[in-house]
Design a protein around this ligand. Structure first.
Ligand code: E4P
Length: 215
């Protein structure tokens, strides 16, 4: 499973990229707004790191506007995936952009039928938002199970990108189901690395090493 960071914060991206566990980055208008910087500048800096997949979202709500924004975004760097929302206009824009060779990440997906439509119009990624479903007392991970099964049934090439991840158990469950990608906040990716027994074990090894005769 590929691991993406859901952030527009360059330092966070750089840190995980340097460790070597990062496969891509997803952004959205809210994450970009938090940085207080120009969208294009942020995208140029992220892509300059060599990140192979960087999702950048359109904000137009009509097809023509999405097409114009999507075409402009993809020109910024070849690793950019254009995010279009799951609306009729977004589906139409996705089909056209995909036919032009642009890789589209269909976002704001909350049902298996929406995911089926994303695959049918040729989206490269589909992004079901599981945390926001959990927030309204629906089990978000059940949606991932359904989408993975449907895509397998028909051998769709669209990759399932698990989004709106809140904690490491989401990542674990997504991997067990066989989702293609999981995007998560920096704090969640940090927690994937950590285990208290690793820290205790390392401290004990280092303490015992002091007792080994040297020289
Ligand atoms: C994914 O592409 C989205 O940006 C993201 O996962 C949304 O997460 P949130 O529900 O925590 O805002």
């Amino acid at each position: 499973m590929k691991l993406f960071l859901d952030t527009a914060h360059l330092t966070e991206i750089q840190t995980m990229w340097d460790i070597g566990i990062l496969d891509g980055v997803t952004t959205n208008p809210s994450l970009v707004a938090k940085e207080g910087r120009k969208f294009d500048d942020v995208l140029k800096e992220i892509t300059a790191l060599g990140i192979p997949s960087v999702s950048a979202e359109v904000v137009a709500t009509d097809t023509d506007g999405m097409l114009a924004e999507g075409r402009r975004l993809r020109e910024i760097h070849p690793s950019i995936y254009v995010k279009c929302p799951m609306t009729p206009a977004g589906l139409k824009a996705t089909k056209i952009l995909a036919s032009e060779g642009t890789r589209v990440n269909m976002t704001l997906v909350f049902s298996a039928n929406q995911a089926l439509l994303a695959a049918k119009v040729g989206a490269a990624y589909v992004s079901p938002f599981i945390g926001r479903l959990d927030d309204i007392s629906e089990v978000g991970m059940e949606l991932i199970e359904d989408v993975v099964q449907i895509y397998r049934n028909y051998s769709f090439a669209t990759e399932v990108l698990v989004a709106s991840v809140r904690h490491p158990i989401h990542v674990l469950e997504a991997a067990k189901i066989g989702a293609d990608i999981c995007t998560m906040p920096y704090a969640v990716m940090e927690k994937l690395v950590q285990h208290p027994l690793t820290d205790i074990g390392l401290a004990r090894f280092l303490a015992d090493w002091q007792k080994v005769p040297k020289g």
